[in-house]
Design a protein around this ligand. Structure first.
Ligand code: C2O
Ligand code: CU
Ligand code: CU
Length: 481
């Protein structure tokens, strides 16, 4: 059972979350056509000490953006231009990747592929237009296992042109840490067992950089929660006891509003889900939010705690929750070129069997791979390099379907940079919502078909977002020309 540590600490943390709405509600609803000035900000990559465990518990040494975990929430409007000066005050190189934001390739933050690492003591300026509304996040792409694992990540929120009616708009960025009893980050990054199995699972879950105990709400409120999973490897399946959240966006993209299935709100690493919840409990109520992804070790992430104020309203708000969404080019499924993408490797896989029973040359090839710390393959190839030969070369503007087959015994949240794709089928069965995503989970043995129009020219990473899997080979490049 994963101990969420709140049990061991006598304190009550009421989480207010970072409120995008607080700012958003002050803005005039009618969009002024006049361009806004460039939104400038500075991010300092720097070691820091923060309180993950809360008052009364020891602080934790982390790597941070500007001294905080998560890094500062970047709040933008669609069409804004962001200029972010990133200054590296650490002892190793880094980059910043704007996960999900459709930036020009040169701004994508992939070391050696789109830029050189930002060396210690130097800065790099990212500047790009933000074409899409939604919930995104930023993180390094250099030695991500350790850099993200030590706390380098932050939320990036792009407001809707026409916001839906809400009382609060709250961002929750979840993380999973492996801490010692004294609250320090265990330094066993790149552990061989983690690399070859589930990735680095921790023992402490935080929400906005703090072990949460309760999310304080008022009866009758309508709240939008923007859930972001910044963990290296943990997949969450959140269940809101006694509440009926509606999913309104996945990876920042509008989806037909729907209630989650029995599996709950499943959030693999890097994935985002925006939900709307009407707080239908009574003043003084407390209900749990439980992660049941691993049913045998389900645990409570935090409580929803109703305060004593009288209900804000007696009937749930009668206002639409459907988002307008973004302009994403629709793939033409008839004209689409189809490609198979097979994931292999890890414990219990065909790759492991061939390592033992394969031909002599197969065995030698696989042994050589393992010796380099490579255990996961995409279409037979494993690499640690950010500049491998592209697995596919696609013509910009053309439609493609990738038939992705997970031939492993593990889950893999697969991410394509620079694009949104529609998830069109799972195991040959059309999906109900044909959701747009930039990261999609593939379950053990599952086949997932995605469709998209190749976007901006450049080399775009395609990788598993369990950072240990990416590190151990599960990474490639899609070239758009
Ligand atoms: Cu969120 Cu290639 O990364
Ligand atoms: Cu990305
Ligand atoms: Cu994976």
């Amino acid at each position: 059972m994963l101990s969420n540590r709140s049990s061991g600490i006598s304190k009550r943390t009421f989480l207010t979350g970072t409120s995008a709405a607080a700012a958003a509600l002050l803005l005039p609803l009618g969009r002024t056509p006049a361009a806004r000035p460039v939104q400038e900000m500075r991010l300092v990559v720097v070691p820091a000490r923060v309180s993950l465990l809360g008052p009364g518990a020891p602080d934790t040494s982390v790597w941070s953006f500007s001294g905080q975990v998560p890094g500062p929430q970047i709040l933008l409007r669609r069409g804004d231009r962001l200029r972010a000066v990133v200054e590296n005050r650490m002892e190793e190189g880094t980059t910043v990747h704007w996960h999900g934001v459709r930036v020009p390739n040169a701004m994508d933050g992939v070391p050696y592929l789109t830029q050189m690492p930002i060396e210690p003591g130097t800065s790099f300026t990212y500047e790009f237009d933000v074409p899409d509304s939604g919930t995104y996040w930023y993180h390094p792409h250099q030695r991500s296992v350790e850099q993200v694992g030590r706390g380098l990540y932050g939320p990036l929120i792009v407001e809707d042109d026409e916001p839906i009616r809400l009382d609060r708009d709250v961002t929750w960025i979840l993380d999973d840490w492996r801490l010692t009893a004294g609250g320090a980050i265990r330094s066993d990054f790149y552990d061989e067992h983690d690399l070859t199995t589930t990735g680095r699972l921790g023992n402490t879950v935080t929400l906005n950089g703090r072990v949460p105990e309760a999310f304080r709400v008022r009866a009758g409120e309508r709240i939008r929660l923007r859930l972001i999973n910044a963990a290296n490897a943990r997949i969450f399946a959140l269940h809101f006891e006694e509440h009926s959240p509606w999913i309104i966006a996945l990876d920042g993209q509008a989806v037909e509003p729907h209630e989650p299935g029995p599996e709950g709100i499943v959030l693999g690493p890097a994935m985002r889900t925006d939900i709307v919840i009407d707080m239908r409990g009574r003043p003084g109520d407390r209900h749990g939010i439980v992660d049941r992804f691993l049913p045998a070790s389900a645990y409570k992430v935090l409580d929803i705690a109703y305060d004593d104020r009288p209900p804000l309203r007696n009937q749930p708000l009668d206002a639409p929750i459907r988002l307008a969404g973004n302009d994403i080019e629709e793939p033409d499924l008839h004209a689409a070129e189809r490609h198979k993408v097979v994931f292999d490797g890890g414990a219990g896989s065909g790759l492991m069997r061939r390592m033992i029973h394969g031909t002599a040359s197969e065995r030698a090839r696989i042994r050589n791979m393992f010796q380099q710390g490579l255990v996961w393959t995409i279409n037979g190839v494993a690499t640690k390099s950010h500049t491998p030969d592209p697995m596919l070369t696609l013509r910009s503007g053309q439609s493609f379907v990738l038939e992705m087959q997970n031939d492993t015994t593990f889950h893999h949240p697969i991410h394509l940079h620079g694009h949104f794709f529609r998830v069109i089928a799972r195991n040959g069965k059309p999906t109900q919502f044909r959701e747009w995503r930039d990261t999609v989970n593939t379950a053990p043995g599952e086949r997932v078909d995605i469709a998209f129009v190749a976007g901006k020219p450049g080399d775009w990473m395609f990788h598993c977002h369990i950072l240990e899997h990416q590190e151990a080979g599960m990474m490639s490049v899609v070239r758009v020309i």
